[in-house]
Design a protein around this ligand. Structure first.
Ligand SMILES: Nc1ncnc2c1ncn2[C@@H]1O[C@H](COP(=O)(O)OP(=O)(O)OP(=O)(O)O)[C@@H](O)[C@H]1O
Ligand SMILES: [Mg+2]
Length: 368
């Protein structure tokens, strides 16, 4: 067998970490194998990156190789580059084909636009994607953007130490992430632009050149443009539809800069599984009824409304509370009147209102 290849500084390889049982060590994780070469590493591999998931195959780069000295053993310190197997943890449901598509798009450096109704998992999915890809996650809510420059910095008027009025540009998390990405080319950053269609269209134009081949943005702090390095990826989320007030249309030129991904509520079976995992003390039969009612509302041809997963979670949360453990009779109808019907206009006992129609739909589905 050929001797093991030297792990020199800068070499990238795959390995699997385990928790380091040496409590005195400053490194939380250790590994022994160079998996892509199927060989044992000449020295122990150490890393302290909190994104490491023990037992999962990941990609690393050699930072330093420390030789054995006196009684101290040698070791290889590595930098964590990301997980190899792209896997979103089971606490979140994502359609298997969509999961593959998302990975392929992000691998290719494409921007993604998540479009879906309220509570369909857009925000949580973006976080899970960053986690699965070993990327730093940067959350930015576009509803606070008023001027095109607000994406990178906001102009603030403050009182100085000597009680004078002073003005200054304050960097946003996006600008800080871009600067960090320039300073740390080995790290990858996923910027999530939440509520992308809740800022003025004219303000949104400020970020357009960052999303196309120009990959530059005007930085008001320096008065010049800042390049968007390759280690920065963008995901935006919108609620598209006439029922959403406070939103503005994203014009075709803006939309064209993204790969669009439609989000849907999880299938009934998956929503039951997720809720059962999150609320183990709620009887499964009740969870099945909650999700059945939720889906009856979502799919009703005449109602044509959406119902967030937050609503079914809310009912589970209430049912798991000790107050409802010894409820006289079945608490579900009362909880659905508040957690489901109250999300719509009108009241559950007013049959001509949306809330009333939702209640009728629930009653039919659960045979109340
Ligand atoms: N596919 C899913 N798997 C697991 N949980 C989900 C899924 N979809 C939604 N949820 C749950 O629903 C809740 C709302 O999700 P999230 O905030 O990501 O929705 P959203 O689409 O961003 O909503 P909004 O448009 O209102 O911002 C979270 O608690 C999330 O865990
Ligand atoms: Mg959201």
């Amino acid at each position: 067998m050929p001797p093991p290849k030297k792990l020199k500084e800068g070499r990238i390889f795959q390995t699997v970490f385990y928790t380091n049982t040496d409590k005195k060590s400053p490194y939380r994780f250790k590994a022994k194998r160079v998996v892509d070469q199927d060989e044992r590493a000449p020295k122990v591999i150490l890393c302290d990156d909190p994104r490491i998931q023990p037992g999962e195959l990941c990609k690393v780069r050699v930072k330093t190789v420390t030789k054995p000295r006196q009684k101290a053993r040698g070791y290889i310190e590595v930098e964590f580059l990301g997980q190899v197997a792209f896997k979103i943890d089971a606490s979140f449901y994502v359609d298997p084909v969509l999961e593959k598509k998302l990975q392929a798009l992000l691998d290719a450096g494409m921007n993604i636009l998540l479009d879906g109704p309220q509570g369909s998992g857009k925000t949580v999915l973006s976080e899970k994607l960053a986690q699965a890809l070993g990327m730093e996650y940067v959350y930015f809510n576009c509803s606070s953007v008023y001027e095109p420059t607000d994406f990178l910095a906001t102009f603030q008027v403050k009182e100085s130490e000597h009680h004078n009025v002073v003005t200054e540009w304050v960097s946003t998390d996006v600008l800080r992430a871009l600067e960090a990405a320039h300073a740390n080319p080995g790290r990858r950053y996923l910027v999530f632009l939440d509520e992308f269609n809740r800022c003025r269209e004219i303000a949104r134009n400020g970020i357009m050149p960052a999303l196309d081949a120009t990959r530059r943005m005007y930085n008001p702090r320096t008065g010049s443009t800042i390049a968007i390095p390759d280690n920065v990826l963008w995901i935006a989320a919108i609620n598209n539809g006439a029922q959403f007030t406070g939103t503005t249309t994203v014009d075709p030129a803006q939309l064209d800069r993204f790969a669009p991904v439609k989000m849907r509520y999880p299938p009934e079976k998956e929503e039951i599984r997720i809720l059962a995992e999150r609320y183990p003390n709620v009887p499964q039969a009740q969870i099945r009824r909650i999700v059945k009612a939720a889906n009856a509302i979502r799919t009703d041809e005449n109602l044509r409304v959406d119902l967030s997963v937050r609503a079914s979670e809310e009912v589970c949360l209430l049912l798991s509370h000790p107050n409802f453990a010894e409820y006289d009779g079945d608490p579900l109808p009362d909880l659905l009147k508040t957690s489901f019907c109250a999300r719509f206009l009108g009241d559950w006992d007013q049959p001509a209102t949306d809330a009333g129609l939702v209640w009728q739909c629930i009653s039919r589905a659960l045979e109340l």
